[in-house]
Design a protein around this ligand. Structure first.
Ligand code: AMP
Ligand code: MG
Length: 398
């Protein structure tokens, strides 16, 4: 049986990046940058003041209590101001362009007014102090943002300061999802006769959105080959197809054979993990097809481990987007004997300054509230049988 890393390798090498589009900067939040951004100009574009104060020649104020002649004023966004000569100062606001001749700015707090045209400087300053140099943030020609980067608040701000009104990003792939099972009814139907409500469609929609893709709900299919076929066919228009349920070894687990019948090339079935072992992956031409086990926790865990990275890769996210490994001290013993990679629902918290983690107790893959209580998954590697309280384990925050 494949382990999780091998399964993920196969998935990631099977999927292709979606086409790009040009978007207005205001619409680009959380999109993935398609081209590296090279600065076309210096940021800031000119030397400017970091404080409200007086632009001076620092040599003039090396001794305490010097009185300078105020020869002008420069506000943010203004350029006209006289040159600062020996014995002179120009009143300057934060962001104001530093006038010629000045080589430091004394903050208002370091001065006292004498009269409307004179100021006493009571604090010595050094050369260049409180001046933000042109190009201090970004230099013209510098590569500022790499392709494959997600555009968040800071990146959008940088693009705006470089004058990019629009930006080339990757499209959001559409991910169609189908719940399967004779027992499933929709949220607004009354419970009766062995039925349960379909929760996976709601968790999957949220997971797909959170990954940055567009969810397309194909509804519920009964465990019936003809109905599965009809509903799955609609999903092949999307860039990815995700099913839940029907991939185990029960008599009514028909997803695999129906997919095969439709021409999906099954790449693998079963991954050495818990929860989520019966996970199925195939390709329909260029469309990846993910068959997730139906237990709600298995659905979520396999999505996070194996589907989300694929959607992110399809969206153009650079290879280097990896979770930073976080290790926490276990607050209990953990034992297993099945050689699988376990993803336990955990609660991490800081105790006495140390990140510690405990399980949410029940680990049944049917108990979805374990994922409500959890704030992380505890990763127990395949070859680890026993972990003691006090050992450090890898966790993945949810
Ligand atoms: P399966 O993978 O089809 O064998 O389903 C495993 C378990 O998950 C069964 O107890 C199903 O009733 C449950 N299950 C399957 N699909 C869903 C769903 N969409 N929402 C909630 N539970 C489900
Ligand atoms: Mg089923």
């Amino acid at each position: 049986m494949l382990n999780v890393a091998q399964a993920l390798d196969i998935i990631l090498s099977s999927v292709a990046i979606v086409p790009r589009e040009l978007l207005s900067l205001s619409d680009a939040h959380r999109r993935i940058l398609a081209d590296a951004v090279i600065a076309s100009e210096d940021i800031p574009p000119f030397d400017n003041s970091a404080v409200d104060g007086y632009a001076v020649r620092f040599e003039d104020v090396s001794s305490p209590s010097v009185i300078l002649n105020i020869v002008g004023e420069v506000g943010a966004g203004e350029t006209t101001s006289p040159e600062v000569r020996t014995g002179e100062a120009v009143r300057i606001m934060t962001g104001g362009k530093v006038p010629a001749g000045a080589n430091a700015v004394v903050p208002v707090e370091g001065t006292e007014p004498v009269d409307p045209t004179h100021v006493r400087v009571s604090r010595a300053i050094s050369l260049g102090q409180n001046i933000r140099r042109a190009g201090e943030d970004i230099q013209k020609g510098e590569r500022v943002l790499n392709a494959g980067l997600e555009l968040r608040a800071a990146e959008l701000g940088v693009l705006a300061s470089l004058g990019r009104k629009s930006v080339e990003v990757y499209r959001r792939p559409r991910a169609a999802f189908l719940a399967t099972g004779n027992e499933l009814i929709d949220v607004d139907e009354p419970l009766q006769g062995g039925k349960i409500r379909n929760s996976n469609s709601y968790t999957l929609r949220a997971l797909i959105e959170e990954a940055g893709a567009i969810p397309l709900d194909l509804g519920i299919a009964r465990d019936d080959a003809a109905e599965l076929r009809a509903k799955l066919l609609k999903g092949f228009d999307a860039e990815a197809l995700i099913t839940s349920g029907g991939v185990s070894v029960g008599r009514y687990d028909l997803v695999q054979e129906v997919l095969e019948g439709l021409g999906v090339e099954i790449k693998f079935w079963k991954v050495n993990m818990k929860p989520g072992m019966p996970f199925l992956f195939g390709m329909y031409h260029t469309t990846p097809v993910f068959g997730l086990p139906g237990n709600p926790v298995s659905t979520m865990v396999t999505f996070l481990q194996l589907v989300r990275p694929a959607l992110r890769r399809m969206m153009g996210v650079s290879v280097s987007e990896k979770r930073i490994p976080i290790r926490a001290e276990l607050a209990e013993d953990i034992e297993k004997t099945d050689g699988k990679r376990h993803f336990l629902r955990g609660v991490a918290e800081t105790r006495n300054g140390i990140l510690t983690v405990r399980t949410t107790e029940t680990q049944s893959s049917g108990v979805l509230t374990s994922l409500v209580k959890a704030n992380c998954l505890i990763v127990v590697p395949e070859d680890t049988d026993l972990l003691r309280s006090g050992d450090f384990v890898e966790i993945e925050f949810l």
